[in-house]
Ligand binder design. Structure first.
Ligand code: UD1
Length: 426
């Protein structure tokens, strides 16, 4: 079977300037939030990636019209009449669950297929449900569909999340915009994308304060008072962190533009601890490195802690650093799949539950490897640039989910890399 792959050859450096796209994790939720506007919302700086295509399909299936012009999306949600999101779309992308809050807000009900493996009360969406229940939403499961109803209407509530879940904070916040009275979400996630979503909802007529802190307060407004708006998506801090890891790996100087450096503070601190020089401006960061990388201990945590979405890229740096590093994954279980692939390239990584002990090696060797997920895929491509010989990265559909023109951007920084369709077994 022919398969599209990324072929990466050892490259002397990655240097120059690259502009990051809009944040995937923000744009997905902004698209969902447009349901509450009941009109034609314009979103700018929307990345050209496949996850966004799926979210647009979710909206179209609900009845919205979606027009794209480059990085701008116009979504008219006035014609939306359906409040059901089918299984085939939810299984393609778990983030489809973020239409739950807006649909409940708009229709007082929703039918969203359960993401695979989830049950009410079990992990994964339990906190979304607990948050919405505090607003008066009742849930049942009907043949794999999560059925949400609001027999007594939506009302404000006081919510204390077990863990600062990004998705649960967003879903609860979106529904609370049109609930009667005040809602307080404590232990809310503080990711910059939550602040971006709140800014858009406020531009649509909502009253949200505190987004980006642990306590978010929402004073509900009538649904009729919500309207469409125009909003530009915040820059993608994870894409930025990925390129910066590439610059740190090969030396740079490499500049990423289009992000707020404060959103990457912990990652930049780790780059400095590993021996890199980091310069920040208003909306750019430059990384460079002359001396060998030094080992570092990294633990992923909710923002402003070290982002789990940069864990694989930084594991790559530690794999080529002097000394031993410990990486602890606290946000997701089973997120060390990258380690197995990078070990095939000669890295020395030992996993013990949610800890990885990485002992730096002098060189990596090119090899055929598989992207196991979006971030692991991006990191494997970077690994190929530093590895002896040629690396073939397979299953690149994972990379296309979240990185716009990854290969083209890396080429512009001097990488010897191409997409190619090849015959591969297996
Ligand atoms: C979002 C991001 C993802 C990022 C993650 C953490 C999107 C589309 N994805 O995912 O890239 O890695 O934030 O920054 O924005 N959990 C539960 N019950 C719940 C909700 C979550 O147990 O109801 C668990 C999850 O299984 C996970 C952890 O909490 O172990 C964090 O999840 P959460 O913060 O909700 O991440 P997502 O919103 O899914």
């Amino acid at each position: 079977m022919p398969e599209e792959v990324i072929i990466v050859r050892e490259s002397p450096n990655l240097s120059g300037t690259v502009r990051v796209s809009g944040a995937k994790n923000s744009a997905l939720k902004l698209i969902a939030a447009s349901i509450l506007g009941q009109g034609a919302t314009t979103l700018e700086n929307v990345p050209l990636i496949s996850d966004i295509d799926i979210m647009c399909e979710v909206l179209e299936r609900l009845g919205a019209t979606v027009e794209r012009d480059g990085h701008s999306l116009c979504i008219d949600t006035a014609p939306v009449e359906s409040f059901e999101t089918p299984y085939e779309l939810v299984t393609k992308m778990r983030a489809s669950i973020s239409v739950l809050g807006p649909l409940v807000g708009r229709f007082g009900q929703a039918r969203v297929a359960m993401p695979g493996g989830c049950q009410i009360g079990a992990r994964n969406i339990d906190m979304h449900l607990v948050g919405l229940q505090q607003l008066g939403v009742e849930f049942a499961v009907d043949h794999g569909i999560l059925v949400a109803t609001t027999p007594k209407g939506l009302h404000g509530g006081s919510i204390l999340l077990d863990f600062p879940s990004v998705g649960a904070t967003e879903n609860t916040m979106m529904a609370a915009c049109v609930a009667e009275g005040e809602t307080i979400i404590d232990n809310a996630a503080r990711e910059p994308e939550i602040e971006d979503l709140a800014n858009m909802l406020n531009a649509m007529g909502a009253h949200i304060e505190g987004a980006g802190t642990s306590t978010v307060t929402i004073v509900g407004v009538p649904l009729e008072d919500m309207h469409a708006c125009s909003h530009a998506t915040v820059g993608d801090r994870i894409e930025a962190g990925t390129f910066l890891a590439g610059g740190a790996l090969l030396g740079g100087p490499l500049t990423v533009e289009g992000i707020d450096p404060a959103s990457l503070r912990m990652a930049l601190t780790k780059l400095e601890a590993m021996g890199c020089d980091v310069q920040v401006g208003d909306d750019f960061v430059t990384v460079s490195r002359v001396n060998p990388l030094q080992a570092a201990d990294i633990q992923t945590l909710p923002h402003p802690g070290f982002p789990t979405d940069l864990q694989a890229q930084f594991m790559l740096l530690t794999a080529l650093a002097q000394g031993s590093s410990i990486i602890t994954e606290n946000v997701f279980e089973n997120r060390f799949m990258f380690a197995a692939e990078i070990c095939r390239m000669g890295a020395d990584v030992a996993i013990d539950e949610h800890h990885a002990v990485v002992t730096g090696v002098d060189r990596l060797q090119g090899a055929p490897v598989e992207s196991t997920d979006l971030r692991a895929g991006a990191a494997l491509v970077l690994a190929g640039l530093a590895a002896e010989g040629e690396t073939i990265v397979r299953h690149i559909q994972h990379i296309d989910r979240g990185y716009e023109n990854y290969v083209g951007k890396l080429q512009s920084l001097g990488a010897d890399i191409e997409r190619a369709t090849v015959e591969l077994g297996g």
